[in-house]
Design a protein around this ligand. Structure first.
Ligand SMILES: Nc1ncnc2c1ncn2[C@@H]1O[C@H](COP(=O)(O)OP(=O)(O)OP(=O)(O)O)[C@@H](O)[C@H]1O
Ligand SMILES: [Mg+2]
Length: 332
């Protein structure tokens, strides 16, 4: 039996559109251990949400996992029926979406929606479900939960709604929580509170978290491992220290140059030039090559293999392969 609660192996997901096949995820692999936090980082369109939706099998109709495996406790859930997946979602794995207003129903009270989530996945009575709803709202720091449950989503502030979403995602105590940009719509102080709350709940409930974000700075302190994505592929993965102190991929270096550093607030931020790739027409070589200042001829022609740089650190960049080759030549 595997130690990992989740293993994603060479996952490929495409959307079959009138314009052609959009290859949104192109061979993603990662492991998640129970109780640990994995950060998935990349700019808009890099395939973070499609990776999350593929795991949960909640892709849009045109979307399809074309190959690869998603193993939950060693079992490939891509083979499961929709009925099995419905039970699995919410009970074992939950997701918090970016915008709570799209996932909370505006015509039902907060309490009703929380109770429904509990009733759907447990044998609790209506009264017990209401008690659980109040207990969960208290747990996520919603004040006066008894009166809050009678309110509609639009009556709550953005931060409150996000707390309700977290309560809903956690009411059945899942093993894995996927948080897809859970704080993007919130201001900075509330953002920090929500992230702290998630870490707190993780300690209490022992779940693993997949934290999806376009902002490396936000997740620096909370991830055991970080995976950097570009064009539906993994560029680099490693511990937070590997990514922040020893970035190896040119794209990761670019991401780091574009976030402010506390120790040097006067330093100029440098955005990554160019535009993200067209997934309908993927380049033959490295996806980041057209925007990379260090690109070589080979980067255009061939995809770099993933190189292991240390026990925890991996990168897919021709520059790393070149450096390794040069070091070997020097030692000859
Ligand atoms: N329903 C769809 N139909 C066609 N293509 C889609 C669909 N959903 C996503 N895609 C494609 O998949 C790519 C990856 O999208 P995804 O939503 O995973 O990006 P993301 O990394 O989550 O970006 P963001 O930070 O903006 O949320 C998009 O660029 C888009 O081209
Ligand atoms: Mg997204």
């Amino acid at each position: 039996m595997s130690e990992n609660i989740l293993e994603v192996k060479d996952l490929h997901t495409s959307f079959f559109t009138d314009a052609g096949e959009v290859r949104a995820v192109n061979g993603i692999s990662f492991n998640l251990e129970p109780g640990k936090t994995l950060g998935i980082v990349g700019e808009s369109g890099s395939g973070k949400s499609v990776t999350s939706y593929s795991i949960l099998q909640i892709l849009a109709e045109a979307g399809k996992i074309t190959s690869g495996e998603v193993l939950y406790k060693g079992e490939d859930i891509t083979k499961w029926s929709e009925k099995e997946m419905q039970k699995f979602r919410g009970e074992k794995i939950s997701i918090i979406f970016q915008d709570p207003m799209t996932s909370l129903n505006p015509v039902f009270t907060v309490g009703y929606q929380l109770e429904e989530a509990v009733l759907l996945h447990t044998n609790k009575t209506k009264k017990e479900a209401r008690e659980r709803a109040i207990e969960m709202l208290t747990l996520v720091g919603v004040n006066e939960p008894e009166s809050r449950i009678k309110q509609y989503p639009h009556e709550l502030s953005g931060g409150m709604r996000q707390r309700v979403m977290i309560a809903m995602a956690l009411c059945c105590e899942p093993d894995i929580l996927i948080a897809d940009e859970p704080t993007t719509a919130l201001d900075v102080t509330i953002q920090a509170q929500i992230l702290e709350l998630m870490q707190d709940l993780q300690k209490k409930l022992g779940m693993a978290i997949i934290m999806v974000t376009h902002d490396l700075g936000v997740i620096a302190s909370m991830c055991d491992e970080i995976m950097v994505m570009y064009g539906g592929r993994v560029c680099e993965r490693g511990t937070a220290d590997d990514i922040f102190y020893r970035p190896a991929h040119e794209y990761t270096k670019g991401l780091l140059r574009s976030i402010p550093k506390a120790e040097n607030m006067n330093e100029k931020l440098v955005p990554i030039g160019g535009t993200p790739i067209n997934l309908l027409n993927m380049p033959e070589g490295c996806a980041f090559c057209p925007r990379c200042d260090s690109a070589m001829k080979i980067c255009l022609k061939e995809k770099p293999d993933e190189l292991q740089l240390s026990e925890t650190h991996y990168s897919s960049c021709w520059m790393n392969i070149k450096k390794l080759y040069e070091a070997q030549e020097e030692n000859k």
